[in-house]
Design a protein around this ligand. Sequence first.
Ligand code: FES
Length: 107
Amino acid sequence: MPIIQVKNGPRFEAEFNQKLVLALEDHGVDMLHRCGGNARCTTCRVEILEGSPAPAKDEEKDILLRKGFDPNVFRLSCQIRIQGDLVVEPALTVETAGMDAGPRPKE
Ligand code: FES
């Protein structure tokens, strides 16, 4: 099973092919996902510090660019299916942003 390490956070075994945002949330990271996992809000963005998820699709790159985030640095955790080990750093959390998490993305 893939190992996910969160910078300054938990390390856990994740289900293969699970959405990263859900795996993080289910392992105690208070992720934001304000648009419900639809690649619109960017609040679920993470920095990939190690590991190589599948490349971002154009929709993901476009929204990141439109909101001023470099798609070479940030990825939307709602758009990543876990395929291997990753080390990640969430950009925002419920605690740091002081916002409601938003609706839980679909499996
Ligand atoms: S972009 Fe909104 S939850 Fe991922």
